[in-house]
Design a protein around this ligand. Sequence first.
Ligand SMILES: [Fe+2]
Length: 397
Amino acid sequence: MMVNDTYHRPVAIANALRYDRHVEIVWDDGETSRFHHVWLRDNCQCRTCHDEFSHQKMVWLSAIPRNIAPAEVGFDSEGLTIVWNQDRHPSRYRAGWLRANCYSERGRAERRFHPTLWTAATIEGRAEMDYREATATEEAELRMLETVRDYGFVLLRNVPVEPAETEKIGRLFGYPTETNWGTVFDIRAEPEAINIANTGQPIAPHTDDSFRYASPGIELFHCLEANQNQGGLSLLVDGFQLGECMREEDPEAFHLVSQFACPQFALDRDTELRSRGKVFTLHDDQIVGVRYCECTQAPLDLPEHLIEPYYDALRVLAGMVQRDDLVFRFRLGPGDTLVFDNQRVLHGRTAYDGAGVRRHLRNTMMHRDGFHSRLRILGMKFGRPDVNRVLPLGAGW
Ligand SMILES: [Fe+2]
């Protein structure tokens, strides 16, 4: 079995028509798909061309003539058969596999992922789960992962207040990754902190470690201790919603921050990290990643005529990430864990008295591909119809 293996409902081929450059499949539900000869030859699913164990492709494009064409096209209830004119090689494709990989406009639109955008008014209570229930079965775990996929975060309650639990939770979402902070990073107020996370200062909503080429995909804050006074409230902003608001309210500003890089950097005794990513990464005009952190911003490096407009755009953004309608506020207490997509959801906190208050969070980071892998593996196991959706690749360049 492999990803994109089967369409999410049974389909059969009603007809297969041979054209000059492609084969047109008419499906039994009335839809049609066109597959180019070169695509079909390149994706031959036979055991000579496609290794059944590694799922690696063993057919080389250099061995396929540009004008490859079928000598014969046939179909039956199971799928499509082609015999190629070049070498009489017989290719076989299962109907469900073909339909799952159909690249018609409709097929591609069907695979498009639609995140559930949220605002402060719509998110309350929607992405909250009891940790024991969420991890009781694999299917419950899948629902927890789907919550992060759809909303960009999940708030887990009743998590053991044990330092060892941090990495265990991380492993449910991928592979806790070692960075210059270590694999697990303690966040608490400390003197001479090298990261303002470790002070009591307020932190405006941002994405973490935006100065890495690959900023953290999934991150978690496992709360062991927290203050009970009015400070240290957690803030979340749906970065995809933020981007859509900006696109609508100030298209020029949105254009600038999604077309030109806002450099980021981090510097301490042993580390000097730099990135140059756009604030919003677009794919087919859809926002698929966010990289925004004012406190790690490096000097802008743009053509002269863009400096002032870009500052104006950043000013718009800085105002928007503090807007009451976009910021979801909640208290993260001992036993709570916030797991979030750091390339979608911005997080921050209100100030607290770093000297007088005990607040201890533990943090770990996972790459988003490991998270998506687990989503797909569990999704296939439980027959989810949406397992072939093209999930947001995250913050790029
Ligand atoms: Fe942060």
